[in-house]
Design a protein around this ligand. Sequence first.
Ligand SMILES: Cc1cc2nc3c(=O)[nH]c(=O)nc-3n(C[C@H](O)[C@H](O)[C@H](O)COP(=O)(O)OP(=O)(O)OC[C@H]3O[C@@H](n4cnc5c(N)ncnc54)[C@H](O)[C@@H]3O)c2cc1C
Length: 490
Amino acid sequence: MNDQEKLKTSGEYVNALKKMRPNIITDKLLEKPFEDEDIQKGMNVICLSYDCAQDPEQKDIMTARSPLNGKIINRYNYIPRTKEDLKKRLQMINILSKEVVCAQRCVGGDALYALFVGTHKLDKSNKDKTDYHQRLLKYLRYIQDNDIAPAAAVTDAKGDRSLLPFQQMEKGSYVHIVKKTDEGIYVSGIKTPITMSLYTEEIIVMPGLQLSENDKDFAIAFAIQGDADGIERYVLGPEVKSMKGDHAPTHGRKYLNKEGMIVFNNVFVPNQRIFLCGEHRFGATFANLFATLHRFSYTACKPALFDIMTGTAMLISEYNGTKGEYFLSNTSEKILEIAKASILVSGMAKAAIEMAKVDESGAIFPDSVYANMGKFISSELFPKTVSILQDMAGSLPANLPYENLLKDEQYQKTVKTLFARSKGISAEDHYKLNEFIRVLVASTESGLLQIGSKHGGGNKEAEKVAIYANSLRWMFNCKNMVKKMVLKSN
Ligand SMILES: Cc1cc2nc3c(=O)[nH]c(=O)nc-3n(C[C@H](O)[C@H](O)[C@H](O)COP(=O)(O)OP(=O)(O)OC[C@H]3O[C@@H](n4cnc5c(N)ncnc54)[C@H](O)[C@@H]3O)c2cc1C
């Protein structure tokens, strides 16, 4: 048996989930959560990451050899060491996103990556009196050996945004230590919304903000089984309904983003799974490392989405006969605006890789300014691209008749007349394309994508702070340059 054959299959991933203690709640506790249609569609997204890793043709992109266990592992669980690694990581996310829209698994992979770098820094700052990095390496090996796809829980419920964690009226607004023993810690609190948390075996918990000395109880990072005692997982977005029609696109019919809320009720975490415990100064370090890496991942998935929208815009203009230019409606200019988003964000990804530096931990780290700018540009341009596609498609995506009518002898003639456009394009194909556009720009799924593009990996303000803080030296140099140019004596 070669290395490739030993990788976990998607069937094994599903079976592992089915063995877990039921703790998933919609409006009631689900006895068999992995038979829920929407949760299954979320699981299908993760299954694809396992299936692609098994495919010999995709092996180079989807897998890597781990220096920890010497085996071929899923690239999501691999810590990049070279620029080539970073390139392949983004290629993997981009390829998967083109199939499933949001590949989801990057969040957990980014948390492992951030903890690899962060725990090394933390031990060094503690003059190696702590062994967080060794604990992390042991855990990482466990994840790699068992080919687990973890979720990452960084965002807390947060309560009153103007107050620090220790000032909150409700302590559970942030995950915190309730009790410490020689064996570990007990934690409580809420993390939400957490991607793929409903269909994961493992959850990685990290702090999401800067912490003060009074916030020591909130300065924690750890890993925990998704069904550990005291954990409840709530299914979010009840209004996001699966699409069932023959003409529905794969995103909706087969794949879905199902977010979850994780509630910790006095959950025990053993010492070997704790990667930060009370060192409040490192709250910001861990949060920033994760945020930069996750925003870097966005520079791969968002170009995938912009490419999908570029192609959709081209196709709908072909179908509708609006391809040519006519007074006050320049189609090629509109398409270029969508393509521009893809080019700009991909360019930021390339720059972040080009400027990446190897950290003392041995991991390579993408450039923070370009990674953050990539996400910043993508969230700025996403609403614009959605708006262009809404404009180009006209009202049909939001006003489709029932698809069954296409097969109904009595009504199909009328419906086909509605779709009659250019010769050679069937009403069925036209319906499919409009249904696809509806999902992309006029559905609850679209709402989730739009909010995800804004808030996923942190909001715009946080991105601006990261860009500004890391650009100050250069900005001051600019000022000095102008001082010399303008104020120099003649
Ligand atoms: C689709 C999706 C998937 C996600 N997946 C994950 C995941 O897997 N793991 C994870 O950890 N998180 C995840 N998140 C959470 C995401 O990181 C957060 O949504 C993001 O950090 C913003 O936090 P928030 O939603 O609490 O909004 P808020 O922080 O409340 O922001 C709302 C607005 O308030 C402003 N604001 C915030 N604080 C202040 C203040 N003190 N003063 C003035 N203005 C303020 C912000 O700038 C923003 O404009 C996901 C989010 C989405 C939408």
